[in-house]
Ligand binder design. Structure first.
Ligand code: ADP
Length: 468
């Protein structure tokens, strides 16, 4: 190969290599093949920050085992900057040639090389910018005059390899960072899930015993103390609901949430949600409106999650509406149900419309805000909706009101299944001898609009084609 070809081939191969080791291995092999020098090796800069080269363990050897002793010495000989050929390449950042290894008596490794019968060596740096990150070295038995052209090409290959190493390292760092982040997020969710679970147990005891005292000692307790107990109960229940919310979120995050599908009456479930939130309407100026039209009898999805979604949206709407109405609208649209919670409340600034679906995000994050809440309701709502194969979005005008729309498949299982493409009006020829599979496939295709014909073998298939 010519030098230019060598350069092109090594650059291309190094670029396609899966990792740094492969790229180095490929280059060593190509260069050895080109020069006819039997042994090549890569020294890498130690990653402890010291200016020392350590063997990468990556070799190209034209006859395996032949130089085993020298390889062993090399693997045990780190080279500080300036020592040996690789150390000098590291110091100067330039490709170098050694004509007479015998003269290299400054360290033991040169002696081992000479003992293998090597007379000459050359080495070149792999560079990222100005920094040398590795040194590739090659050995030959005959003394050869320095070859300038070859050294120039090596410098070039070194720069190319440097770029590959830089890119691969960046990729590796990214992958590690991503894995670490995912791990951390999983542990966080798992911690939250366990922790909230642990918090609920003592809290339930507090609630239970407070109720017990209130029931048993109602007649003997001074009225003031009874009222205090009521406050304990109220606060505990509030705390419990907060913990439950966090637990929900953590369970969704930790991937512990399953969709439990059942078929149930849609309208009565929606009615139930409205009745559940009715007590939350504190103002006589707010009406709760039901607007259902053309609904299917039943829906096949996770009933508990549907309830949770609607109660979240309805209670938000009620919380942020002082006058006017909160409407639950439901329509069937194709194989989906479109639900909307429409309020005439304070509205949401357009910049916050997507933000509010993130955890702990509230339009008013200030301590002095007038509305209570954790900022978790919508985050949970969105996760639930997504798990049920639907999507949720919000539109709003400040001061006029907000609309939260949820679209859900009428049949979760059906929506999850892969649907065959439309085959209406198409003719399909199935060549298969299987007694069950082929007719089954034909039936499915027929159901999606195709006319299907089954033939038992290729010959019959070919025969059927001209008439098709
Ligand atoms: P929380 O209600 O507990 O604060 P959410 O996640 O349910 O948490 O809501 C996040 C924020 O989105 C609320 O704090 C509020 O600022 C805004 N928001 C949600 N629903 C409405 C609504 N119907 N009208 C106005 N603002 C809303």
């Amino acid at each position: 190969t010519t030098l230019v070809e060598l350069l092109q081939v090594t650059a291309a191969a190094a670029n396609e290599a899966l990792n740094v080791e492969d790229a180095l291995q490929i280059c060593l092999g190509r260069i050895s093949a080109h020069t006819g020098w039997p042994l090549g090796h890569a020294y890498m800069l130690a990653n402890d920050g010291s200016e020392t080269l350590v063997s990468s363990g990556i070799w190209h050897c034209d006859t395996p085992e032949r130089f085993a002793r020298f390889q062993a010495v090399t693997s045990e000989t780190p080279l500080p900057v300036g020592i040996g050929l690789p150390g000098r390449v590291l110091a100067s950042g330039e490709a170098m040639w050694v004509l007479d290894l015998d003269a290299e008596s400054d360290h033991s490794r040169a002696g081992a090389a000479a003992a293998e019968g090597f007379r000459a060596a050359f080495g070149f740096p792999v560079t990222i910018g100005r920094e040398v990150v590795a040194v590739l070295e090659f050995f030959a038995a005959e003394t050869q005059a320095p070859n300038r052209a070859l050294l120039n090409v090596m410098a070039n290959i070194g720069a190319q390899l440097g770029r590959v190493i830089e890119r691969k390292r960046a990729e590796e760092n990214l992958r590690e960072a991503k894995d670490a982040a995912e791990n951390a997020s999983r542990s966080k969710s798992s911690f939250l899930a366990n922790m909230s679970h642990e918090l609920r147990t003592p809290l339930n005891a507090i609630i239970g015993f407070t109720r017990l005292i209130m029931r048993r000692a109602k007649d003997v307790l001074p009225i003031k103390q009874f009222e205090n107990l009521e406050k304990i109960l109220l606060s505990s229940e509030h705390l419990l609901s907060l913990i439950n919310t966090i637990l929900d979120l953590a369970e969704v995050e930790a991937g512990r949430m399953e969709v439990k599908t059942s078929e149930f009456s849609l309208e009565s479930t929606l009615d139930l949600c409205l009745r559940t939130v009715e007590p939350l309407v504190k103002s006589e100026y707010v009406r709760l409106v039901k607007d259902f039209e053309g609904l299917p009898e039943t829906i096949s999805t996770d009933q508990e999650k549907l309830r949770q979604i609607l109660i979240n949206l309805l209670s938000n709407a009620i919380k942020f509406t002082e006058t006017g109405s909160v409407t639950l609208r439901a329509r069937a649209v194709g194989d989906r149900i479109a639900l909307a919670v429409i309020d005439t409340g304070i509205g949401i600034p357009s910049g916050a419309l997507t933000l509010i679906f993130e955890e702990f995000q509230q339009v008013d994050n200030s301590a002095s805000r007038t509305h209570s809440g954790t900022g978790l309701g919508l985050a949970i709502t969105r996760r639930l909706v997504t798990r049920m194969g639907g999507h949720v979005e919000a539109t709003s005008r400040l001061g006029t009101g907000s609309t939260f729309t949820v679209a859900l498949p009428l049949d979760v299982a059906e929506a999850g299944r892969e649907r065959p493409p439309g085959f209406a009006g198409r003719r399909v020829l199935i060549v298969a001898s299987s007694p069950f599979q082929a007719p089954y496939l034909a039936r499915r295709l027929t159901r999606s609009g195709a006319s299907a014909r089954v033939v038992p073998d290729l010959e019959a298939g070919l025969a059927a084609l001209p008439g098709a």
